[in-house]
Design a protein around this ligand. Sequence first.
Ligand code: 5GP
Length: 170
Amino acid sequence: MKVLIPAAKIQERIAELGAEIDRDYPGGEPVYLIGVLKGACIFLADLARATNVPARIEFIGISSYGKGKSSSGEVKVTKDLDVSVEGHHVIIVEDILDTGLTLSYLVKLMAQRKPKTLRIATFLDKPDRRQSPVQVNYVGFKIPDEFVIGYGLDYAEDYRNLKDVCVLSQ
Ligand code: 5GP
């Protein structure tokens, strides 16, 4: 296992993202941070504390039918939102943007809920792997096409609690 992004660098970048969100939502209205379970939970917890906007925290559960390390693009909602976000600011908070299939699906789904604004924050972005274009507003780090774990990201449910982002070798 090799460290790709150390914990201190993660925290520095999240402080910057928090400041960007502060600048983008000056109105004092609530902003729904919608975390995609389970990988985004740690990023969401840190991002929510890095911004001063009145954040409301919700989660959505998604299962993609991909096996092992790849995503198939077939997505199913396993846990829906508990609230209506109609007329509210929404930021979808995702752990990693890879092919883009999951986020493309989620953006369509959330747009149907008629939010006032809809933006996307992703902790990591692997631009080389994109199959479906997704417009992202807040990106933590762009990374090369390697399978990463830690800071919420798992391999077969392990390693989510690592403080650093690491590359998992075969
Ligand atoms: P996409 O639909 O963009 O291909 O896939 C996004 C999802 O694939 C992420 O939410 C994550 O669950 C999984 N994924 C993609 N790349 C990685 C990776 O490098 N590490 C881990 N742990 N999951 C990944």
